[in-house]
Ligand binder design. Structure first.
Ligand SMILES: Cc1cc2nc3c(=O)[nH]c(=O)nc-3n(C[C@H](O)[C@H](O)[C@H](O)COP(=O)(O)OP(=O)(O)OC[C@H]3O[C@@H](n4cnc5c(N)ncnc54)[C@H](O)[C@@H]3O)c2cc1C
Length: 309
């Protein structure tokens, strides 16, 4: 492992794994470093991924690694990348276990992280009966009584979106209401109740929500929750080495996954706000093609220097 790798991938979720698959098939030497702390491990099933609908997130990764292991130039390392230094063509990545890897290119597929859940009882139901995305889990909660915990413009948008899955839902803004008068009026016309009182607790049994209790004493009986989690970057490494990152912690990339620093790439949740496994995998694959193309062109030019006229 002392040799310089073609590509070092930090993060082994759908984005990093699909990138590894594409690069392995392109005969590139790749190391994938992953410390197995993805956001979606709170949930039992991943939905909406063609041929893998309903797979557990752990099983998804297991099968992916088995398939990628057919390509001998890809290696997996269970470790945390703690620093990245160097420049295009010669990056050094150091890990928590003190190993230093060298690579021509680095791909950050580090995902995003949830900030601590600040509602009493939410942790107990997260991933079991409280979810973040109706496209991922709306089908399972169809026609049920739901509480949507969001505020402001997001609440208004979510209220309209969720109506495709159920007509029985209530919005809890969990504190001062940021909805405009027009939005409130429109929600009223559509019969969507809005509660502004802060949430005291979420009561549940074995992960299944039973009711949301507000500070003003109101109890809202429900069987499911959607909420807007607060997210941050999965790792500070892209920012530390100089990549532009938005206030939301999203790495700035062009349409091919290139960051603002030559030789550094990012894909998946780390570099987008789509938050779907299949889009993360797709962006990983697309970025892998970009990286492979760059490596091939560089090698082509290098060989050209040594060709006799
Ligand atoms: C509760 C929940 C349910 C979901 N359900 C669905 C669903 O049903 N369908 C769907 O399509 N999507 C679902 N998603 C979204 C989906 O899980 C993500 O969009 C997808 O996993 C993103 O893939 P990724 O590879 O970009 O990042 P991740 O899967 O988050 O992987 C990032 C990896 O990078 C690792 N990492 C980070 N920093 C370092 C470091 N410094 N060193 C080493 N490793 C590092 C992390 O440990 C992690 O393993 C769900 C998300 C949540 C939270």
């Amino acid at each position: 492992m002392n040799q310089k790798m073609d590509v070092l991938i930090i993060g082994g979720g759908p984005a990093g794994l699909n990138a590894a698959l594409v690069l392995g098939r392109a005969r590139k030497h790749v190391v994938v470093i992953d410390d197995e702390r993805p956001r979606n491990w709170v949930t039992r099933e991943t939905h909406g991924f063609l041929t893998r609908d309903g797979a557990s997130p752990r099983d998804f990764r297991k099968v992916a690694k088995e398939q990628i292991s057919a390509y001998p130039s890809v290696h997996f390392v269970g470790d945390t990348a703690t620093s990245v230094t160097g420049t295009d063509g010669d990056f050094q990545v150091t890990t928590a276990q003190g190993v230093v890897y060298r690579a021509k290119k680095v791909l950050f597929t580090v995902g995003k992280k949830d900030l601590p859940l600040d509602i009493n009882g939410l942790k107990e139901v997260y991933g079991k009966s409280a979810f973040v995305c109706p496209y991922c889990d709306g089908w399972e909660l169809r026609d049920q009584r739901l509480v949507i915990i969001v505020n402001g413009a997001k609440a208004f948008h979510m209220a309209k979106t969720i109506s495709g899955w159920t007509s029985q839902y209530t919005i809890c803004t969990n504190g001062p209401d940021e909805l405009t008068d027009e939005q409130r009026e429109e929600l009223k016309q559509h019969g969507v109740p809005v509660w502004d009182s802060p949430i005291r607790s979420i009561e549940s049994n074995e992960g299944m929500v039973q009711q949301v209790v507000l500070e003003d004493g109101t109890k809202i009986s429900c069987t499911g929750i959607f909420f807007g989690p607060k997210l941050t970057a999965g790792s500070e490494l892209p920012q530390t080495i100089g990549c532009d990152v938005t206030d939301a912690g999203t790495v700035v990339v062009d349409e091919y996954g290139k960051t603002t620093v030559p030789g550094l790439f990012s894909a998946g949740d780390a570099a987008s706000e789509l938050y779907q496994a299949i889009t993360a995998a797709s962006l990983g694959a697309l970025t892998a093609v970009t990286i492979n193309s760059e490596l091939n062109m560089e090698a082509w030019d290098e060989r050209g220097k040594h060709v006799n006229p």
